[in-house]
Ligand binder design. Sequence first.
Ligand SMILES: Nc1ncnc2c1ncn2[C@@H]1O[C@H](COP(=O)(O)OP(=O)(O)O)[C@@H](O)[C@H]1O
Ligand SMILES: C[C@@](O)(CCOP(=O)(O)O)CC(=O)O
Ligand SMILES: [Mg+2]
Length: 415
Amino acid sequence: MSLPIVTSAPGKVIIFGEHSAVFKEPVIAASVSSLRSYLLVTATDDENVIELDFPDIKLDNKWKRQDIAVLKECAVSAASSSHNELSQELGVALEPLLANLNDPLHYHAAYCFLYLYTCLCGAKTGLKFTVKSTLPIGAGLGSSASISVCLALAMGILGGHISDSGDKLSNSDLSFVNTWSFIGEKCINGTPSGIDNAVATYGNAVSFQRQDDNTIKFERILDFPQIPLILTNTKIPRSTKTLVGNVVKLAEREPLITKPILSAMGHIATRGAEILSSLSDENYPVLLELVRLNHGLLVSLGVSHPGLEVIRSLSDTMKIGSTKLTGAGGGGCALTLIDKNASDSEIDEFKSQLQKDHGYVSLSTGLGGMGCSYVSSEKLKGHVASLATVFARDTTVEEIDSVLLPNGGPLSWVH
Ligand SMILES: Nc1ncnc2c1ncn2[C@@H]1O[C@H](COP(=O)(O)OP(=O)(O)O)[C@@H](O)[C@H]1O
Ligand SMILES: C[C@@](O)(CCOP(=O)(O)O)CC(=O)O
Ligand SMILES: [Mg+2]
């Protein structure tokens, strides 16, 4: 395996079914292929360390060969056991290596990295992993899954589980990345449903339902319609792990009340998938209604935020469309599905009021597009200097996109 290597994975928007997905209800989501995370793997100067450089969250950490070597046995056993649960033994063994990381953002990112690294690459050292993302972090657009997918793909190649000599990722490569990025999501979020890593792995749109035996009913939707929507980032910070944990506790405390709410959310996702597969001017209003219903139920579970209600209330008042939170809620992003009667100037006024009065940012983006992808060292020749520049600290989104964005930049991505 030669270095450097670059991997990438997109963010996602959940259209219907966040939170209820964790309770094995159906969910439907699409990738946002223009908002992505990127991982660069290079050789370290000191071949006795592995280095993690996550400039977006200001984390740079190194571990020595002997620290990694002691994990070998429990990592081998974790790698060969069930991929639905994290290994407690490996978790305990990793604790001393994470002891200096007090910020939960740092802790969970490094835990995800070390867990995947020891399982997939063993005790190898001499590698540096640098991650840069154009996705807002902790905003409901799946940044955690997109970094897990980048790591799983790169480590799959480095560990010899995935070949980097083909011109396409095979179904078994994608299944490998999906399985291991789910483990990475577990390290960050505790009890994820698996929808975020599935969308970041496969791209396009995915409808998904975890079954009681933990197998997944899964459909890739290649011809997902372009629905007119506005994503608004409140920039209110929150953690998916905490929000999902709160809903799980509520469901344990009040099962008779929460179960019908969660199952109604599942019916919304099923109905939404049906409408999206035959979208027309006639059934479009039903989609708007489903968005309203889904948001109302999420509010009842306690995962909205006054800052998100501002967006919902303004879109209702101005008759722009129907608004729901997307992702874990508690802050982060809302999506507004635009009413076909709303004019361009009304939509502009809606966005600028949210910007002026609350400092919110509207993200205009299409849905769907490429899932995980990589550029092999062979194809990176001639680009080493520009890579060093974009993976440095404080680069702008525009600078990153100009070099790394698939379908537009200079690199030839395998996907
Ligand atoms: N670019 C990044 N660099 C380092 N860590 C990241 C990055 N993006 C996401 N993470 C990790 O994922 C966590 C955020 O995930 P989460 O709370 O699920 O929010 P979301 O997935 O909606 O962005 C962060 O706390 C961090 O651990
Ligand atoms: C709340 C949930 O449905 C989505 C979380 O997405 P995000 O981390 O907020 O982007 C959890 C999950 O499905 O794993
Ligand atoms: Mg997440």
